[in-house]
Design a protein around this ligand. Structure first.
Ligand code: ADP
Length: 261
């Protein structure tokens, strides 16, 4: 059941009672479960032929099936790229359906965000350097640990940092910070990149939504990264907000209550 309570006011605007509405959402929950089972099943069924195709392409590209001409290699390399994109899409869909179904909610432990952020910085620095970008990391002392799935927290941080690099021109900078704000762990990822138009800001967390902008049109993506980030943060009772202006950069801010168990 979903429960909604609201005050019932009399003529003089005094509270004279409470209206409680109980809504039977069994059918909605069943539908959600069916949807998520279906996505899991389809994703698994698609993943194995993709992996088999990737393996066969690799055998030819490694020269184990005889000589290939430069033109043939170029075509096979392009096919491999497309397959990897498809594999990425299926992996993200599967992740999203697992998180939304709550199947992984119990896989939690106390996570040291400072450690994860330092590892993420080391991992992403070579990609940033390819675009002459710098990653600046500031972590407050004695950051509290939070109860979460460490793989999910890695996914959140990695998606935000990857986007900050991906949606910035060469020579930009990324500022990552973590601290404590009003009883919550606060994480911010800010870039000096292309920015997001105001009319798109409330849509970027929806599945498959991508900004149609001349700067970012040619950048590859699935439009699922931020939907995954949002559902992970929601599952931890946290919040994520974004501030951005075209040409000036983007800042994502996460607040995670650390006393929720
Ligand atoms: P993807 O990057 O795969 O397209 P996401 O869900 O991660 O999907 O992001 C959705 C959209 O939000 C992106 O397509 C991009 O238009 C926009 N976006 C996300 N992060 C940034 C950022 N740091 N700077 C500018 N635009 C961004």
């Amino acid at each position: 059941f979903s429960v909604r309570c609201s005050p019932f006011r009399g003529r003089t605007d005094h509270n004279i009672g409470t209206i409680t509405v109980l809504h039977d959402i069994t059918a909605v929950k069943k539908m959600d479960q069916m949807k998520s089972d279906f996505v899991s099943m389809v994703s698994h069924e698609i993943r194995s032929p993709i992996n088999s195709l990737l393996m066969q392409l690799k055998i030819i590209l490694d020269g184990l099936a005889g000589e290939t001409t430069p033109k043939q290699r170029e075509i096979l390399e392009r096919a491999t790229d497309k397959m990897l994109n498809l594999n990425n899409l299926v992996t993200e869909l599967l992740d999203l359906s697992r998180i939304e179904s709550g199947l992984v909610a119990h896989e939690k432990e106390l996570v040291d965000i400072a450690g994860l952020l330092s590892e993420q910085k080391i991992f992403h620095t070579p990609y940033a350097q390819k675009k002459q970008m710098e990653i600046e990391l500031t972590i407050e002392n004695n950051l509290p640990k939070i109860l979460a799935n460490p793989r999910h927290m890695d996914e959140v941080l990695s998606n935000l940092i990857t986007n900050a690099i991906k949606y910035s021109p060469e020579g930009g900078s990324i500022r990552i910070s973590a601290g404590v704000k009003s009883e919550c762990l606060s994480i911010e990822v800010a870039d000096s990149g292309f920015g997001i138009p105001e009319e798109d800001l409330d849509k970027i967390f929806s599945r498959f939504y991508r900004v149609k902008d001349s700067n970012t049109r040619t950048i590859h993506g699935t439009g699922l990264g931020l939907a995954i980030v949002k559902s992970i943060i929601d599952s931890l009772h946290g919040s994520i907000t974004v501030k951005s202006a075209p040409g000036e950069g983007t800042e994502f801010s996460i607040l995670l209550p650390y006393n929720v168990h």
